[in-house]
Design a protein around this ligand. Sequence first.
Ligand SMILES: [Zn+2]
Length: 242
Amino acid sequence: MALLKAESSWAKEWLHLLEDGDPARMSRGRTYARKKNVLEFYVDDFTIHAKVQGSRRKPYNVTITIERFTEEDWNRASELLSPTLIDTMRSHILPREINNLFDEPLVPESNYDVESDCSCHDWARPCKHIAAVYYIFAEYLDLNPFLLLDMRGMHLMSFIRRAEELSTEKIKDLPLEAFWATPSNNDKPTATRSKTDQYKRISPFPWKLEGKKLHALLKPGYETIKELATKHYKKLLEKIKN
Ligand SMILES: [Zn+2]
């Protein structure tokens, strides 16, 4: 803790917020953080809670909150959360692209969007004790950037679960079986002609590939994919029903 690294982009972005603060106070805050004056630190109930040892015997109580995203924000973000982003987050990386899912960036753009409180008598916000907690939070962000999601109102696993539930809902609506079935189109007199496997709809090449016609080459692959996809889809349907 002594070095106050704050190397990740999330941590740096968070510390940028202190640039609005009074430089002397911010510098004292940094010293407090470095000298381990922050005695207690945890994030709970979307809030940073900390105890900071100042000049008085009794440590000061500090809390910091940022505006929470609404249910609507989370739902929209969950819908946009791609499997690739989920995989990245499961490997303990919070990708910068996550910011594109919300109207506002995860780290507030200004200190005016951060609510902080300290039990000291200083009128300034942030005071040096709050600044010290900012530094400690930045260090924690290096280790666990997902604390930003907690601060914004949702735990990582709940966020992923919501996104997966929504994509399952989407699968339920997909007429996948219909895609693999023989198409029936009663409007067109060519209905009998369309009673063919999908791959036959691709116009065949006028030449042969390694001595074979295109459709002959596609047939075995198509049959395998058709079989696997139908099997997978049925399994998925059963899973959803249970
Ligand atoms: Zn204070």
